[in-house]
Ligand binder design. Structure first.
Ligand code: ATP
Length: 240
């Protein structure tokens, strides 16, 4: 690839990605991309297929279609191999091990880079000092906000280049949700690409540079965040 074209190669590109549950096609063939250093949000009503899209992109759900990472075809890779490339998802509901300590949950997150566990932990504590104070506490005994910090912290232990988050503010008080989403801006500043599904649309739209709107298993709009104001229907639905 000519060096001059390199800047145009997306971090992740999905072409005609689709997924079904039995006979039901929850995600119709869908194409999208996330540029280097971009924070993109996916909006859509309940049941639109947002989670399915994220799971299809990380192959947590069996899916068809092609995936490219920095221009390289990664279509055939499993979730585990995608994680090795730095494509990491924080699932809705957080997926922590509640009977294990904060430290143990973080160490598990570093399984791909175990030699760097201590250094990674230090950088997670810079972002979430509260996790350091609670290192020996069981994950299941943390508050909702702390659990979400731990889920993101655990994902960071895997050194993501693209972090996907499925409704990280779910069930959190507004102040805590604001704090958690603020850390995503900081991670994005550090160069991590972010794909965010978020029910708190006005907040997500403050962070994101670009938005995809999904309905009935299909992307129905793609726009820069500031363009949403001039789309009367979308603005009415998502900005209040
Ligand atoms: P929400 O905002 O409510 O979380 P969503 O936009 O993330 O919704 P999905 O969870 O991706 O939507 O669901 C898309 C469709 O697929 C829905 O109709 C849902 O009922 C269906 N679906 C999701 N998971 C399964 C499953 N494991 N088996 C069967 N159908 C499923």
């Amino acid at each position: 690839m000519p060096a001059s074209d390199k800047g145009n190669v997306p971090l992740l590109e999905a072409r005609d990605i689709s997924a079904s549950y039995g006979q039901v096609q929850a995600l119709k063939p869908t194409s999208l991309h996330i540029a280097e250093g971009e924070l993109v949000t996916i909006l859509g009503p309940n049941g639109a297929g947002k989670t399915t899209l994220m799971r299809a992109l990380t192959r947590l759900t069996a899916s068809k279609g092609n995936l490219f990472f920095r221009g390289e075809d990664i279509t055939g890779l499993s979730t585990h191999r995608l994680a090795r490339r730095g494509i990491i998802m924080v699932q809705e509901g957080r997926g922590l091990f509640p009977q294990m300590s904060v430290r143990e949950n973080l160490v598990i997150g570093a399984f791909l880079h175990s030699a760097e566990t201590d250094a990674q932990m230090t950088s997670v504590f810079e972002l979430f000092p509260r996790l350091k104070e609670r290192l020996d506490q069981l994950a299941g005994s943390l508050s909702g906000g702390e659990q979400q910090m731990l889920a993101i912290g655990r994902a960071l232990m895997a050194k993501p280049q693209l972090l996907m988050l499925d409704e990280p503010s779910l069930g959190l008080a507004p102040r805590v949700a604001f704090e958690i989403l603020g850390t995503l801006r900081e991670l994005n500043r550090r160069g991590i690409g972010i794909l965010l599904v978020e029910q708190k649309a006005p907040l997500a739209l403050k962070l994101a540079q670009r938005v995809y709107v999904i309905a009935l298993g299909k992307i129905v709009a793609e726009l820069k965040t500031d363009e949403i104001k001039s789309h009367h229907d979308l603005a009415r639905y998502y900005l209040h």
